[in-house]
Design a protein around this ligand. Structure first.
Ligand code: ZN
Length: 136
């Protein structure tokens, strides 16, 4: 990402929080990253409609993946697309555990490893402080 204005736009649009696991920048030890929703490897462009804000953990686990396996059905499902889909349709919080409401949600949680124990523990600590999950 060399276009700082575009990166700033993506950060503001996302309200400075990860668009997958909702972790706010303010509580994240690393700077949130600009994610190509469709990876450049697959022809995804560096333009607002293909960019999302993602924490380092989510971005690293996502890599160039476009799809995953829904653990409930064992079938292939696309990953969540923050620009085309609504977060609340695909995910919900059960305490610090992120639950997938749809095949897309469940596949995304699996590929991005959103419920790894140390990540759940981190969110539990934020919840105990009353600063997570964010409103709406
Ligand atoms: Zn995240």
């Amino acid at each position: 990402m060399h276009d700082e204005a575009l990166a700033d736009f993506v950060r503001e649009r996302a309200h400075q929080r990860c668009e997958y696991c909702q972790t706010p920048q303010a509580f994240c030890p690393d700077r949130l990253q600009i994610d190509h929703i469709i990876a450049e490897q697959h022809g995804g462009k560096t333009q607002a409609a293909n960019l999302a804000l993602a924490c380092v953990a989510d971005n690293n686990h996502k890599g160039p993946n476009l799809a995953g396996i829904d653990p409930k059905s064992g079938r292939r499902a696309w990953l969540y697309h923050p620009r085309r889909q609504k977060w609340a349709r695909h995910f919900r919080w059960q305490g610090p555990i992120l639950v997938g409401r749809t095949p897309v949600g469940r596949a995304t949680i699996a590929v991005l490893a959103i419920n790894l124990p140390h990540r759940v523990a981190f969110r539990a600590a934020l919840m105990a402080e009353g600063v997570f999950p964010p409103e709406a």
